[in-house]
Design a protein around this ligand. Structure first.
Ligand SMILES: Cc1cc2nc3c(=O)[nH]c(=O)nc-3n(C[C@H](O)[C@H](O)[C@H](O)COP(=O)(O)OP(=O)(O)OC[C@H]3O[C@@H](n4cnc5c(N)ncnc54)[C@H](O)[C@@H]3O)c2cc1C
Length: 461
């Protein structure tokens, strides 16, 4: 007998979709190409240390008892308590540009005050913009209209530096598009970062992913690791089965795929659908992790996350060089309010990177290039951050090429295609997408995407 639903991918969206379906007694199987859960937000082990691949922070933090926030809804839908996620809030974060610094915490009024102090002429416009953002229905799945955010922001704010400062964290944490950002996405990210805020789970993604896995299996879900899908068999516009790398064929009523829209269509057989029209994502990052012999605070830095630009104009675009060192994100993992201090100091650095350049390097040059560009990136950071080179005890970097290898996302595009399919539909009647290309990004966003696509396309039908 076949499955009610097969979910492709065990990232956050796939796991969440699986839990929802198993909860309602659907016969559901998650098939994952890799041997480790988590996709873009997985973890890996080096020299007995476990590192998160993608976790700087979870966005969308709201306190216990807030039920109608994204986090509150997620917990309710997956039947977890707030305590189950073991979230520790940020201390304070900042957006650092050459002539201005804006600080924010999980209390939005603190940020509003900092904007008023730094940009007194802009505060009225900023407040009106906030009103518009708070009343905007960014989660309407039927609304496919896309508005660019910059022209809208310019109606409220005259100083381009403030616009760029607001954009910097929102784009780094969730913009699939170079240059400007879709306004609904700007609203999602503004609420999730400035209005709600940052937290980190004790135990990192390893803990969260296994919590989800355990719930899925307890509910009777089946998880097949190391089972890459080679073909989605969609004769006459309807999926009947999928093929796995080991040659097995799994029969199913419906498929929800979290691997990306273009990536999913490319898997369809026969090749009924053109993928040329689809927009492939380009935005990717180089990520460096530094273990240091003391807390970042003891090096002289108490911020949780720093979004920086070394130039007054912030350019969110794929760099012509291997990486861009004129802007980035620096995350001090220790500067979250953990009940027990972390065992070691950990600093993470993110820079925008060019997939094509990294991908074209021969193996021998690749290692040397990582070292060279990591050093360049650090030099740029040390213009405002204490130099910790003498305190490093371990370091590691990965590039867009690594991201492509371990997640399958074309171009290592962390936020997938710029064109999102909000209703999750594909040209195949019973094939749907969730996660990155559906439009909700990040840890909380992807999880909610899995929940909402499972509800909409399987449970409500
Ligand atoms: C460096 C980095 C830093 C990040 N930082 C943060 C952060 O601080 N906060 C935050 O909220 N978010 C962050 N993110 C983003 C967040 O990780 C993602 O938005 C989210 O994890 C996406 O989940 P997903 O389920 O949509 O997709 P994915 O995680 O990509 O899941 C897709 C899964 O499908 C599998 N797969 C692919 N092809 C196949 C196939 N043919 N057959 C079977 N399985 C297949 C993949 O292996 C993968 O496990 C970061 C991401 C990266 C890469």
């Amino acid at each position: 007998m076949g499955y009610d639903a097969i979910i492709i991918g065990s990232g956050l969206s796939g796991l969440a979709a699986g839990i929802r379906l198993a909860m309602f007694n659907k016969k559901v199987c998650i098939v994952e190409k890799h041997t480790v859960l988590g996709g873009l937000n997985s973890y890996y082990v080096r020299k007995n240390r476990t590192f998160d691949v993608g976790l700087h922070a979870m966005t969308n933090f709201t306190p216990k008892g807030v039920r109608n926030s994204p986090l509150g809804k997620l917990l309710k839908q997956l039947r977890f308590s707030h305590d189950d996620f073991r979230l520790c809030q940020q201390h304070i974060s900042e957006i650092r540009f050459p002539e201005h610094v804006l600080r924010f915490t999980n209390d939005f009024e603190f940020f509003r005050q900092d904007v008023a102090d730094q940009f007194p002429q802009e505060i009225d416009g900023f407040n009106k913009l906030v009103e518009k953002i708070l009343s905007f229905d960014e989660l309407n799945l039927k609304n496919q209209e896309v508005l660019e955010s910059r022209p809208i922001l310019e109606r409220f704010i005259r100083n381009p530096i403030l616009i760029d400062m607001l954009n910097c964290p929102l784009m780094y944490y969730g913009n699939a598009r170079e240059g400007d950002m879709d306004f609904y996405q700007f609203v999602i990210m503004f609420k999730s970062i400035f209005v709600e805020g940052f937290a980190k789970p004790v135990g990192g993604m390893n803990y969260i992913l296994h919590l989800l896995e355990e719930r899925f299996k307890q509910l009777g879900g089946e998880l097949r690791m190391g089972s890459g899908v080679t073909s989605i068999n969609a004769e006459k516009g309807t999926v009947e089965s999928i093929n796995l790398e080991n040659g097995e064929k799994l029969v199913c009523e419906k498929v929800i795929s979290s691997i990306g829209y273009v990536e999913t269509l490319k898997c369809c057989s026969p090749k009924l659908y053109e993928t040329e029209d689809c927009e492939t994502g380009q935005v990717s990052f180089m990520e460096s992790l530094f273990v240091v012999d003391r807390e970042p605070r003891d090096l002289g830095y108490d911020k949780s996350i720093v979004f920086f630009s070394t130039q007054p104009k912030f350019d969110y675009k794929v760099p012509d060089e291997m990486i861009s060192i004129t802007s980035g994100v620096l995350c001090c993992s220790n500067n979250f309010n953990y009940p027990q201090p972390l065992k070691e100091g950990l600093i993470r650095l993110t820079n925008m990177a060019n997939f094509a350049q990294w991908n074209s390097l021969p193996r021998s040059d690749y290692i040397a290039a990582k070292k060279k560009w990591r050093n360049k990136a650090l030099e740029s950071v040390f213009t405002f951050f204490p130099d910790f080179r003498d305190n490093m005890v371990f370091l590691d970097s990965f590039t867009p090429k690594t991201i492509k290898k371990y997640t399958g996302h074309l171009n290592g595009a962390v936020y997938g295609s710029p064109r999102k399919i909000k209703n999750g539909k594909t040209p195949v009647k019973n094939l749907f997408i969730c996660g990155t290309d559906q439009g909700f990004l990040g840890i909380i966003g992807a999880t909610l995407s899995g929940i909402s696509m499972a509800n909409l396309h399987v449970l409500r039908k």
